[in-house]
Ligand binder design. Structure first.
Ligand SMILES: Cc1cc2nc3c(=O)[nH]c(=O)nc-3n(C[C@H](O)[C@H](O)[C@H](O)COP(=O)(O)OP(=O)(O)OC[C@H]3O[C@@H](n4cnc5c(N)ncnc54)[C@H](O)[C@@H]3O)c2cc1C
Length: 431
């Protein structure tokens, strides 16, 4: 029987190095005021160091320059990277590029890998994933997809309106989910993925949508509104087979959600450390805040909730490594909404312990708090994940026969009396 919560020492050494490296080299980048060229100059040597240590783009299989680490190891790495907005960029794991590189590695042709995956992995390209549409198009319900692509000669002609395509304004290519077979009886076979290069005729990158965190999004990053207006791309830009859009989206979203959850834990941990340090440092009513019972409750609740979210996430990662993303659906949905709540609550308590300082932009907490709000929406809103969990859980149950629940005491008593009738009779006879 194996039931082991330890990390093998060799890998723990890598994690220890990462922890120190992220704190000492990556956190300082957060407070430097610079432009994209300046940032690139600062970040390149750090990326080189990560590559030299074999920790670059570890989400990919070895044949594509990754380490072939499973989701558990990746999860542990993401927890450390996630403590800083720039951590994933330094380690070649930033969303949405990481998910896009995964599906390019899995479904891309030799040519597509050469043209799009290679430069993405080398950090020369940025990418975007274009699925969500404003109402009445696809959002929480992806089967409502309205953007279409039709074949014309040796081109796809795409028409539609997307939004919240993260980083589209700075992307070298977008992967768009579009309807290619609207009449297919199977609604999950109607969509396909198409690679749309920057500058494709008819690709209209309208704007980054102002939002709760836009001022924290540097260098043109953001969540973009995109119009495909008779947008033309070569027929060879189809990713995977025609009608495989949903399948590919599922392959992309499963691991992505685990990585998100572990990054959130990195953020939560950072807020928690700030909470604890401030509780010891700040005095009120004759002693440190750490001695007030309410603050102690916040510390205890946060520690317990983070531990629960961490174990749940690592378990989901383990299940995915063992049985694949479909088998881990329930576990992945469970951590998506649970992890988002833990993230929010821990940051909220950290802000409260810091008082007005926590509310101010002199600390990163207020920015973290606003970013945390998005976690309840992107990659599927909480409610949809709860529905998935409930559906999967209910598959394990059947309704009890008859009118009463299985545990109805009068019914059980009658059954128990019948079961033990002989013994009960003997006991009465002996009186
Ligand atoms: C920061 C951020 C980044 C994003 N990045 C990307 C990206 O890169 N690419 C991309 O394609 N999309 C992206 N998105 C979009 C995201 O995936 C969608 O916002 C999400 O899927 C929900 O769709 P919607 O916003 O259209 O909500 P709607 O579909 O309009 O749903 C609104 C609300 O309805 C409720 N609801 C929906 N279904 C149910 C249900 N079954 N039961 C109960 N309540 C329900 C939920 O409360 C939900 O929040 C991003 C979003 C954010 C906030």
């Amino acid at each position: 029987m194996s039931w082991d919560f330890s990390t093998e020492p060799e890998f723990q050494e890598k994690l220890d190095w990462m922890e120190k490296f992220v704190k000492e080299e990556v956190w300082p980048l957060e407070v430097i005021d610079t432009d994209l060229a300046g940032f690139t100059r600062l970040v390149r040597p750090l990326q080189e160091e990560v590559k030299a240590r074999g920790l670059w783009a570890t989400h990919l299989p070895p044949e594509h320059g990754g380490q072939g680490y499973g989701q558990v190891k990746l999860g542990l790495m993401h927890e450390i990277e996630g403590s800083s907005l720039f951590g994933p960029t330094v380690f070649g794991n930033q969303a949405p590029d990481s998910g896009n590189s995964e599906i390019l590695a899995l479904y891309g042709t030799k040519d597509q890998k050469q043209k799009w995956l290679r430069p993405l992995l080398d950090g020369e390209f940025r990418s975007a994933f274009s699925m969500t549409e404003p109402a009445p198009g696809a959002g929480a319900d992806p089967t409502m997809l309205r953007t279409t692509a039709r074949r014309e000669g040796d081109e796809w002609v795409i028409n539609g309106h997307k939004w919240f395509t993260s980083n589209a304004m700075i992307a070298d290519f977008l992967i768009a989910m579009v309807v290619t077979d609207p009449d297919n009886e199977n609604q999950y076979a109607r969509a396909s993925m198409i690679i749309v290069p920057k500058g494709a005729p008819g690709l209209n990158l309208a704007r980054n949508i102002p939002n709760m965190v836009s001022e924290h999004e540097p260098f043109g990053m953001g969540h973009s509104e995109v119009f495909y207006e008779n947008c033309r791309v070569p027929i060879d830009n189809l990713l995977g087979g025609e009608g495989q859009g949903f399948l590919i989206a599922q392959m992309r979203l499963g691991p992505g959600r685990i990585h998100h959850c572990m990054r959130w834990l990195g953020q939560a941990r950072r807020a928690f450390d700030m909470l604890c340090e401030r509780a010891l440092q700040r005095e009120a009513f004759g002693g440190p805040l750490a001695r007030k019972q309410t603050v102690q409750n916040w510390i205890a609740d946060s520690a317990a909730e983070m531990q629960a979210a961490r174990l749940m996430t690592l378990h989901a990662a383990w299940k995915m490594d063992q049985e694949g993303p479909t088998a881990a659906r329930k576990e992945i949905s469970m951590i998506k909404f649970f992890g988002a709540k833990v993230l929010h609550d821990v940051i909220d308590r950290a802000i409260q312990v810091h008082g007005s300082l926590g509310f101010s932009s002199d600390l990163p907490l207020e920015g973290m708090y606003r970013a945390a709000r998005g976690a309840r929406i992107y990659d599927g809103p909480d409610e949809v994940h709860r529905v998935t969990v409930a559906r999967q859980v209910l598959k394990e149950y059947t309704p009890n026969e008859g009118a009463w629940p299985r545990d109805h005491i009068p019914t059980r008593r009658e059954a128990a009396q019948r079961k033990f009738a002989v013994q009960l009779e003997a006991a009465t006879a002996n009186l």
